[in-house]
Design a protein around this ligand. Structure first.
Ligand code: C2O
Ligand code: CU
Length: 431
């Protein structure tokens, strides 16, 4: 079976894509500095797309639909996306969630660019260096625009892919109350034959955690936040929790009777035939990534970091922008009176995230991936667990190591997006 993206389920058109530099020997992007590749307007992009955003009342659409088109690139491609704002009055941007793009392409209105106002456009360029599952969304009034639909999927395939029979993206989203997968409520059927290998890329575009559970079939967690899991274990009868903003790729082989995959929002996928005929109860056990998969050495030394930072989350009454209320605090301060985490390029930084509030927070750092070292003092013992979106439960403490290798000013905020609006925001800043 051919690989199918969600665009094949009736979404928008796929971008034009020509992977020409893969064939020419000696001309690969590895021989040119990435910054030059991105900045040189004379270089032709491998993947180009124009994304037109429009205000349709309770929805914001991208090329006439929500979610917007699935963008698909190959590792090493120069990606060029033009955002055209037709009439979104607040302006809009595109943030490449989980992709460690150059700072100027990060799409944070008010930080890396101005919002793109109605009638304006903006060109994003970056090299797709990280293989995996990502997504894009507006980062202007994002607690409204993302909820209303200004987002879409992004997949970067390896230059030398391993064959898979079925490759699907499932964007989890609630519009108002109703749960959807790629914009569709209820159950979506995916064609597959018994024996097919499936990679299911689950992207949580909501504000709360999404759980997903393949019923009856053993499965593996193949990747988390775009990074492949080392030596993934086979599990049966467990659920997988995907934090807001996070992605998990699941892998399984379709048995004779098919596979049913149920999601917490009331949606389901059937792959091949439907083995149960209806939703299955959510398993009570959730895969714990702290101990999942096989260990491997991290690519940088984490034992003796150059800097250690506290990121203590709490809540208290006060004034934010002159508005009285209960607001989130970082290290006791109300935004913008919160720390700038100052680093120098090359630093190994360990963040200790300590959630002392009575709500969970899916914390998202832009421009970098973090390696989870421990939770509540318990060391990570499984596969290196790389995150850009990490669910920090009530009372939990995580240590996360980050290599400061992407200069700029980067947001580090809660991806329960109303919480970010209520002050749960800090910045990582290069000296
Ligand atoms: Cu997906 Cu700062 O966001
Ligand atoms: Cu939060």
């Amino acid at each position: 079976l051919a690989a199918m993206g969600y665009a094949d389920w009736g979404g928008g058109p796929r971008p034009e894509s020509g992977h020409d530099h893969g064939s020419g020997e000696g001309e690969g992007p590895g021989e040119v500095a990435v910054a030059d590749l991105v900045a040189d307007p004379a270089l032709t992009a491998d993947v180009t797309a124009e994304l037109v955003v429009r205000d349709e009342g309770d929805r914001v659409t991208v090329n006439g639909s929500t979610p917007g088109p699935l963008l698909r690139a190959t590792e090493g491609d120069l990606v060029e996306v033009t955002l055209v704002n037709e009439d979104v009055a607040d302006g809009a941007t595109l943030h490449w969630h989980g992709v460690d793009v150059p700072n100027a392409a990060d799409g944070v209105a008010g930080v890396t660019q101005d919002a793109v106002m109605p009638g304006e456009e903006f060109v994003y360029r970056f090299v797709a260096e990280q293989v995996g599952t990502y997504w894009y969304h507006s980062h202007q009034v994002s607690h409204e625009q993302v909820q209303q639909g200004l987002f879409g999927g992004l997949v970067v395939d390896p230059a030398d892919p391993e064959p898979v029979d079925v490759d699907e993206v499932a964007l989890v989203h609630r519009y108002g109350g109703a749960g959807t997968l790629n914009g569709a409520e209820g159950t979506t059927a995916i064609e597959a034959e018994p024996g097919d290998d499936v990679r299911l890329r689950v992207v949580n575009t909501d504000n709360g955690v999404a759980t997903v559970w393949p019923a009856g079939v053993p499965f593996r967690v193949l990747a988390v936040d775009g990074t492949e899991v080392n030596g993934p274990d086979e599990v049966t009868g467990e659920a997988v929790a995907v934090p807001a903003g996070g992605r998990v790729d699941l892998g399984f082989t379709v048995p004779e009777e098919g596979v049913r995959v149920d999601f917490s929002g009331g949606t389901s996928l059937t792959v091949g035939s439907d083995p149960t005929g209806r939703r299955t109860p959510a398993p009570s056990t959730v895969v714990d990534l702290l101990h999942y998969g096989a260990p491997a050495d991290p690519p940088f030394a984490v034992d003796d970091p150059d800097r250690r930072f506290d990121y203590v989350i709490d809540r208290r009454p006060g004034f934010l922008d002159g508005r009285p209320g209960m607001w989130w605090t970082v290290n006791g301060g109300l935004y913008p009176d919160v720390p700038m985490y100052m680093v120098e390029e090359g630093d190994v930084v360990v963040f200790e995230i300590d959630n002392r509030s009575s709500d969970a927070h899916p914390m998202h750092l832009h421009g970098h991936h973090g390696l989870v070292l421990s939770r509540d003092g318990e060391p990570a013992t499984g596969s290196p667990w790389w995150v850009d979106s990490l669910e920090v439960g009530v009372g939990e403490t995580y240590e996360v190591a980050v290599l400061a290798d992407n200069p700029g000013v980067w947001m580090d905020h809660c991806h329960n997006l109303p919480h970010a609006t209520e002050g749960l925001v800090a910045h990582l800043m290069y000296a």
